[in-house]
Design a protein around this ligand. Structure first.
Ligand code: NOJ
Length: 720
């Protein structure tokens, strides 16, 4: 008996897909486009009939608190066996899950990862996450989240890489490579067997939700879309990202899950994206709530025609697409295109050849000591030292420490949002981490800062206050009307201040918080994000000086909620702000400047930038920028050299500065290194309203330094 072409691994994938498409009924095609969640025995008949193409492992209770009961791989295998052996064509299912920051070995939240400014560390973290997830039978992770966010009230700011499209783009590419293991810049024919497919989400502009309220409407101009919001997605697609998730919201009245221009014209046609688009959960059905679809049939037609290939959890594709094709409202060519895109990814994952998971694999790969060590390094590298009057680093030998504050001994808060596979009991708290490293003559008192504890605190050398947000205060659907610290925390710092002992504030959080008062009152402030399973250890590494902090803010920290939106790469106004003058863009009741600018972060040493030079490349619109960086302190450290550019005169107003290069530079005490940034068409162009690159000749300004306020700068000219 000859095997059908689509089952023949020797044939090219395009041929196998064509063969399969030729055999499928309209219903089976619609089935491939249908994703459903928490599949179990109730869904077996649908799987047999070929009505489900993908499973979404949303159920964290399946994993259970006791990891011995973990049954993901078995569950996947059971359903997969039905799909492969009992459905007419035997097409395997693809299983997706929210693998957002680490898997069981939980990494810092993505905003924290972004603070490392290290594509290498992020790629390594995502490699660990991919291997752990794949061992559990998961083929597809719903990240990286690439929503640029300029409003820290939006809870999902925690899940992204911050406010800057250039930084987010570099980190997006690294995140995708870590998941997929591909080293080429295209979706590979085949992913390595121990990796998972990435999903760039939420396409696009979701972070611009009005009022910072999740799922809310947005107004984004084409200029801002192409230059800011689309940019990191473009970088992810360029690095071979296999899937994209369309977002919940609308831009100017067009919901993203029906946005033909963005999904079809930009993503698929202009960028040549060859993977598939999945809607966000329920988003196709929600076109009815948005008020652009009358019913499920209408919604399915709009979404499919716009370019959504897979319907996450509404069944409206399954129920309506065959009829829509028969009625000529969706072309069969469009349906075939959607199916082919999904099959292409299934072939690339190797599902037709190896549909099953090894039920014992996770034991060998989860929580490996080297994975925990990598996450600890990542966590320590993500910490941003915001203030230090010299109290840090602490000496662990002879010190009486009083540790207090609501997050001093918390586990879940360290894990952060979206950790369905993280286990609280596997987290080391800050209290445990500090206790574990104190020398024999040192003491740690842990107390609530009540009256009784005041005496204890008074007799200590230093008071460490663990402040900030619980895990559930950021992430999806966790928006805040202000960025103030949770109730009572400022008062805690204020009462501690009266004791006149040095205060070190360690602030955990999923968003920039208003730290104006804490920064005034504390002697040192370390922003630790939600740092993951080894986060307590990472904080202690920094507090005691084993790790010299090198994290830099990937997002502006405003002085107050009233300044929002506040971001460094804003456009100039006709009335920019000279100090102390009237009639310019400013507030009368607040400073205009942020509390901490984008790119900011201190170290236990100091760095100086000097000798900035530019040199044009012969015969092409490119310039090299060199600068000397010196460690002027007395201990080794790492700084992140940042290169900012401004196009001084252009046909549209360009931002006052934009990040166009960065490099982590490690220097011994007293050491100087010369580093170079190359600025060519990619860095010096902007996009017009149709997404075309525009490079205009003329003068540019460039600055290099340790944050977005860098003063060392010069001008150069680009001629075409
Ligand atoms: C909704 C969220 O918006 C998205 O980020 C997530 O991946 C899906 N649910 C699946 O859980």
């Amino acid at each position: 008996m000859t095997i059908p072409a689509y089952k023949n691994p020797i044939l090219p994938v395009t041929e196998r897909i064509e063969d399969l498409l030729g055999r499928m009924t309209l219903e089976e095609k619609a089935g491939q486009l249908n994703q459903w969640f928490n599949l179990g025995p109730d869904h077996y008949d649908q799987v047999r009939r070929g009505e489900i193409g993908s499973g979404l492992m949303a159920n964290s209770s399946t994993a259970g608190n006791n990891r011995q009961e973990r049954v993901f791989a078995k569950l996947v295998n059971e359903i997969q066996k039905i799909a492969v052996t009992e459905s007419r064509l035997g097409i395997p299912l693809i299983f997706g899950r929210d693998v957002i920051h680490g898997y069981r070995t939980v990494a810092p939240i993505p905003l924290g990862m972004a603070a490392t400014w290290s594509p290498e560390l992020i790629q390594a973290a995502n490699t660990i996450a991919a291997k752990e997830a794949r061992a559990d039978g998961i083929h597809w992770g719903f990240s990286p989240m690439l929503d640029i966010a300029r409003d820290p009230r939006w809870g999902r700011v925690a899940e992204g890489f911050g406010e800057d499209p250039f930084l987010a783009g570099k980190l997006a590419a690294a995140a995708v490579r870590g998941f997929q293991g591909n080293d080429q810049d295209a979706i590979p024919q085949k992913f390595p067997a121990d990796r998972i497919v990435a999903c760039a989400k939420h396409f696009v502009g979701y972070g611009a939700a009005e009022g910072g309220r999740d799922y809310n409407t947005t107004e984004i101009t084409r200029q801002t879309l192409h230059n800011i919001y689309l940019a990191p997605f473009k970088a992810a697609i360029k690095s071979g990202c296999g899937t994209v998730m369309s977002a919940f919201h609308d831009i100017g009245g067009i919901p993203l899950s029906a946005h033909r221009y963005l999904l079809n014209d930009v993503l698929k046609e202009q960028w040549g994206f060859g993977g598939f688009v999945v809607s966000d959960w329920g988003a196709v059905g929600e076109l009815i709530n948005h008020g652009i679809a009358a019913d499920g049939n209408h919604a399915a037609g709009l979404a499919c025609n716009a370019g959504v290939d897979m319907d996450m959890c509404t069944m409206v594709y399954l129920q309506n697409l065959p009829d829509l094709v028969r009625a000529g409202k969706v072309s069969e060519a469009r349906l075939n295109d959607a199916v082919a895109r999904i099959l292409r990814i299934k072939f690339a994952v190797g599902l037709f050849e190896s549909p099953y998971a090894d039920p014992n694999a996770s034991q060998a790969i989860h929580l490996l000591p080297e994975s925990l060590a990598a996450m600890r390094r990542l966590a320590a590298s993500s910490m941003v030292l915001l203030k230090n009057n010299g109290i840090l680093p602490l000496c662990s030998d002879k010190l009486t420490i009083c540790l207090s504050g609501p997050l001093a001994d918390q586990r879940q808060a360290l894990l952060g949002c979206w950790t369905p596979d993280g286990q609280e009991e596997e987290v080391t708290t800050l209290k445990e981490a500090i206790a574990g490293r104190l020398g024999p003559e040192a003491w740690l008192h842990h107390c609530e800062l009540s009256d009784d504890a005041v005496k204890l605190a008074r007799s200590s050398d230093v008071l460490i206050l663990a402040l900030g947000e619980s895990a559930g205060r950021s992430g999806e659907d966790n928006c805040t009307a202000t960025i103030d610290l949770p109730a009572g925390q400022e008062a805690l710092v204020e009462s501690a201040r009266r004791m006149e002992i040095p205060i070190v504030a360690v602030v955990f959080g999923g968003r920039p918080l208003n730290l104006s008062r804490v920064t005034d009152w504390a002697d040192a402030v370390l922003f630790a994000w939600h740092p993951g399973i080894t986060g307590g250890l990472g904080v202690a590494d920094v507090l005691f000086g084993d790790v010299n902090p090198s994290g830099r803010l990937p997002i502006t920290f405003p002085r107050s909620s009233g300044q929002i939106p506040l971001y460094y790469n804003h456009r100039p106004t006709g009335r920019p702000a000279p100090a102390n003058s009237r009639r310019h863009s400013r507030y009368v009741d607040s400073l205009d400047s942020p509390l901490f600018p984008f790119g900011f972060g201190l170290s236990y040493t100091t760095f100086e930038y000097g000798n900035l030079r530019t040199a044009p490349a012969p015969q092409k619109p490119e310039i090299s920028v060199t600068v000397e960086v010196t460690n002027t302190g007395n201990r080794a450290g790492t700084t992140i050299a940042q290169c900012y550019v401004r196009d001084i005169v252009a046909s549209v107003a360009r931002p006052v500065r934009e990040l166009k290069g960065f490099e982590r530079v490690s220097l011994a005490a007293g050491e100087t290194k010369t580093i170079m940034f190359r600025l060519g068409p990619e860095e010096l162009s902007y996009q017009d309203d149709n997404g075309n690159d525009v490079l205009e000749p003329g003068r540019f300004q460039v600055w290099v330094g340790g944050d977005s306020n860098a003063e060392l700068g010069t001008e150069f000219e680009i001629t075409l």
